[in-house]
Design a protein. Sequence first.
Length: 413
Amino acid sequence: MNTAPLDSDSPQALRAGLVKQLRDQGAIRTDRVADVMGLVPRELFAPEAQLADAYDPQRAVVTKRDKDGLAISSVSAANVQAFMLEQANPQPGEKVLEIGSGGMNAAYLAELVGSDGAVTSIDIDPEVTDRARRLLAESGYERVHVVTTDGEFGVPDRAPFDLIEVTVGAPDIPPAWLEQLTPGGRIVVPLRVRGLMRSFVLVREGDHLVSRGYELCGFVPMQGAGEQRERLVLLHDVPNEEVGLRLDNGDQVDVEALRAALASPRYEVWSGVTVGGEEPIDDLDLWLATALDGHARLTATVGARDKGLVASASPLGLATLVAGSTFAYRTVRAVDESRTRFELGAFGHGPAAAAAAAGLVKEIRTWDQDHRGGPGARIEVHPASTPDDRLPAGRVVDKTHTRISISWPGQQP
């Protein structure tokens, strides 16, 4: 046996280092996922990237952009692929449908289901499927079946599937996915609910799906018949000082009134709730999206923050309550000189700024008292025809194909 140390820049060493990093981060939790991520050569599926970038756990490799330069296809970052594989938990012999092709993740799935299983990988873009088919063949994974088709409709002639893993951002759950899923089968999907995207594990229970956990994520949006993109409305559009609101499909606001509100003095309310600098507060944002009737997300550049237009800058957006000509958004302030702990609060703008900021802070305190550190939200996805009395208590989000119920342990009807 050759016991010479690996070159630290070799693909084998980079794979071993990647697996260690992902274990340390908690993205990899099982030996099965560690083994396949240490086996599949990422560099063969990301020839556009430098070797170090292909093995950067946080870096996605963009493989195609639209005419405006926005990414429309990419190889997901290794940490995202790892936690989604853990969520999906593919078993030997299972039939898997991957919606959103790229090649690398399909290779991982093929290793996990083994020779007795089957992986079908689909994408609407023939350039993407041609690339995936070529890279899979070159890497020895010809057994993955690659199809060019709209993911909205699945692949009925290869159904049923034990697992559907979606690797694009989905605004809804199309009927075909449920119809092509075995009883008790799983869908792992980056689903956008009230403007927030989470990778949900959804298990089929009869005619509906029930969540078994979720993770924060970000994905390029789905294309085709099911495409429903977010809208960005600008409240301040000076170059490098942009401030806007991200709105989910169908949400409407009075843009001119909110522009005037942004120019008005702000009203501050602080919650007394503090968080550590590295402490994730993903569930706070999901709680606010559940609790606030007029939920949106305020996005701003660093230049807008430095100019004093807003207190916080975020390209993804801050939880925001919109009420007519008024809005209030979540923010933080340091409570110690080392800036390791921060207090949560809200800044309001507009005629009812005080009430809006106080209402947002009230929900921050509710999260802190009732849900912080808890099991999180429970999501159920029911057909659009489901009557109210068959849905759990909580926020109901009506989509084109489904009614999505968001409830929290201990939440009152």
